[in-house]
Write a protein that binds this ligand. Structure first.
Ligand code: SAM
Length: 254
């Protein structure tokens, strides 16, 4: 198919066969598993997934690509195309669970998309994504590292996050300006630390990192009362607290 890549949809298509096989190998899809691909594009990964699974759901926003995908397999009942914006897609409507979600994600929506997916963590077995290397670094960072922030805390609260390997710009057409990396996110069956109210936890973490150079006391002043005693030292900067400490902090603010 002749297709002019659309920048607004973050279209950097994978062309390096070695990298494509490396990604499929690291997913190791099995026939009976429920695989969901976000942004199949011209089918670089889709083609291989269709060989391995009986049922593949794909979510794609681009009209022209969706038309192309309709004729992509000789077994149309195997491929379920959802023509929509993945940020609005309700993953709970997919029948067979748990889900294995994969994708070479459009970089412009990767952070909001990961937050959207975290709201379905209990339906998901694992997620294998290509992201900007910097974003993978933020997701896997530990306290006191420069790239540790809200995204690190929220991802690591819900998932075991593992960087698998890096991918250079030359693996794509057109080539992105930055390096990419593959990450595996596996939602915990039992979370190591549990927030009593996850919406409140998420709000506390967001507020704590509102100004990363300010102290927790300063960032959280609207949520604190004079009488509360907290387990956490509020004179610290937000970037030094572990996930466990954020859970403690949020629970004690309830
Ligand atoms: N999987 C293909 C590959 O590896 O070559 C294409 C990857 S390309 C980086 C991202 C894909 O996501 C494109 O096909 C693009 O049209 C699609 N996309 C972008 N924004 C989307 C959205 N909001 N919802 C669903 N698909 C989207």
């Amino acid at each position: 198919m002749k297709h002019r890549p659309r920048k607004r949809f973050g279209q950097n298509f994978l062309t390096d066969q070695h990298v494509i096989h490396q990604i499929i190998g690291s997913i190791a899809p099995q026939a009976e598993q429920h695989i969901v691909e976000i942004g199949p594009g011209l089918g670089a990964l889709t083609k291989h997934l269709l060989k391995k699974t009986q049922h593949l759901d794909v979510i794609e926003i681009d009209n022209d690509i969706v038309e192309h995908l309709k004729n992509f397999t000789q077994y149309p009942e195997q491929l379920h195309i959802h023509h929509c914006d993945v940020l609005k897609f309700d993953f709970a409507t997919l029948q067979k669970k748990p889900l294995r979600i994969i994708g070479n994600l459009p970089y412009n929506i990767s952070t909001p998309l990961c937050f959207h997916l975290l709201s379905y963590y209990n339906l998901i077995d694992d997620m294998t994504f290509m992201l900007q290397k910097e974003v993978v670094k933020r997701m896997t960072s530990l306290p006191s590292c420069k790239s540790y922030g809200r995204l690190s805390v929220m991802i690591q609260y819900y998932c075991a996050a593992t960087k698998l390997f890096t991918v250079p710009p030359t693996a794509f057409e057109p080539q992105p300006k930055v390096d990419s990396a593959i990450i595996r996110l596996a939602p915990f069956q039992e979370k190591p630390f549990t927030a009593k109210d996850e919406l409140q936890f998420s709000a506390v973490v967001k507020q704590a990192f509102a100004h990363p150079r300010k102290t927790l006391r300063n960032n959280l002043k609207d949520l604190l009362s004079d009488t509360q005693t907290l387990d956490v030292d509020l004179s610290l900067r937000p970037g030094v607290l572990s996930v466990e400490q954020y859970v403690k902090l949020a629970n004690s603010l309830l």
